[in-house]
Design a protein around this ligand. Structure first.
Ligand code: PLP
Length: 414
């Protein structure tokens, strides 16, 4: 039987343990929602203050050159690149995930003009499919979004054969935490003659993503989850080097122009990844993200991934041992190679239980219809946090603390 002392010993032996100190975390909270909004790394507020007071405040318009504000999207993109297995010059920090997905969807479809099927996931995060629907409407309904139920994407690609233009997937399912095998699915897409676009929202910063090793074509993701870039932080996108000059994207704004300050009358795309830009970057938000990425300096993503797998496995074990009789059913796979950095449970009282947990300092979230979601960010979570979280969950269930009227009232954001 595992004890709290075992957890203390795991923390003492954890090479990543000192990183917790690089974050501002409230003392009275076990934060298991870094998959939704990462906590603020130390150094971010000083950086934002400096950008406001010195750069914006004193240097004003000169800052575009003096502080190279123009270069921020690419500089920050180059810092995200090693975290997702991409090379320098393949990643841009820009826009939102939703906008980047739209740009890349359009870019990809243009490369396969004689094919009309987009394979997607029925249970994908809704914005992804909404964007595909919007693009299809815009192109006159020429394409079909074929949504696959369940996780067998490869079977669906094989069945569709040579009509598939694009396979468009989120690597880690936001509800269940199921992690697709990026290399195998990418290969299946390519074998069928299709391109692939990966949404990395729940992978970047938590998994050892290897875009180039898998041969991926396109990817996008957000940086306010495991990358801790702050609420609404600029997102990122990836285009494989060999495709960069072949693609065009539809939001052909001036920052993606070959010579933005020539103010030419017509659009001419910049070479390389730069053509993926649209308009002026949000300098304050981009600076916060840049500073937040410092915590990843020198981190081996496979060490991070290994810790995340142990954290999630221990949480599943302890929940089953200590809360087994309380009606939770595991929604996440037990296969740790196919598990993202979260563990989800179905429970018919999921919503009020999560509200009671949050009131008692264990912060996860609830996803409709009945999922309690717990994210395990290996940069700042301790093994004892897993133990202590289960202790709180056990108490909430034993004492039925969730059954108070206020915990049943739905807030706007769950
Ligand atoms: C969080 C998330 C998004 C969010 O997109 P925004 O444009 O940042 O709102 C998109 N897709 C997936 C899969 C997500 O998990």
């Amino acid at each position: 039987m595992i004890s709290r002392e075992d957890m203390v010993a795991l923390d003492a032996a954890d090479a990543l343990a000192p990183l917790r100190d690089k974050f501002e975390l409230p003392d009275d909270m076990i934060y298991l929602d870094g998959n939704s909004l990462g906590p603020v790394p130390k150094g971010v507020s000083e950086r934002v203050k400096d950008v406001v007071e010195v750069q914006w405040g004193n240097d004003l318009i000169k800052s575009w050159n003096v502080h190279d504000w123009m270069g921020l999207p690419q500089r920050v993109g180059d810092r995200i690149a090693p975290l997702i297995g991409a090379d320098q010059g393949e990643v841009m920090a820009c826009d939102t995930t939703s906008i980047n997905l739209f740009k890349l969807l359009a870019a990809a479809l243009e490369l396969r003009p004689d094919r009309n099927v987009i394979i997607g996931q029925a249970d994908n995060f809704p914005t992804d499919n909404y964007l595909a629907e919007g693009l299809i409407r815009l192109t006159g309904g020429r394409h079909e979004l074929r949504l696959i139920e369940g996780d067998d994407i490869i079977g669906a690609i094989d069945a569709a054969e040579d009509s598939v233009a694009l396979v468009f997937l989120t690597q880690v399912d936001y509800r269940t935490g199921y992690a697709q095998d990026m290399a195998a699915v990418t290969k299946a897409a390519h074998d069928a003659g299709a391109l692939i676009l990966w949404d990395l929202c729940h992978s970047a910063g938590a998994l050892n993503v290897s875009l180039n090793a898998a041969g991926a074509d396109f990817a996008a993701g957000c940086s306010y989850k495991y990358l801790n870039g702050g609420p609404g932080a600029p997102a990122f996108l990836f285009v494989a080097k060999h495709l960069q000059d072949q693609v065009q994207q539809p939001l052909s704004g001036w920052h993606g122009h070959a010579a933005p300050f020539e103010f030419e009358r017509s659009y001419r795309p910049a070479p390389g990844i730069v053509r993926q830009l649209c308009g002026t970057p949000s300098v304050l938000a981009m600076s916060a993200l840049d500073a937040a990425l410092d915590v990843f300096d020198g981190i081996d993503m496979s060490v991070l991934r290994a810790k995340s797998q142990v954290l999630t496995s221990l949480f599943i074990d302890l929940m089953e041992k200590r809360c087994g009789g309380h009606g939770f059913t595991l929604a996440t796979t037990r296969d740790q190679t196919r598990r993202g950095s979260q563990v989800s449970w179905h429970h018919e009282m999921g919503y009020p239980i999560m509200q009671a947990l949050i009131a008692d300092g264990v912060v996860g979230d609830f996803r409709s219809p009945d999922i309690l979601r717990f994210g395990f960010a290996p940069l700042y979570l301790r093994y004892v946090d897993v133990w202590d979280a289960v202790t709180v969950i056990e108490r909430v269930m034993l004492e039925q603390r969730w059954d108070k009227p206020e915990f049943h009232l739905r807030a706007a954001v769950t």
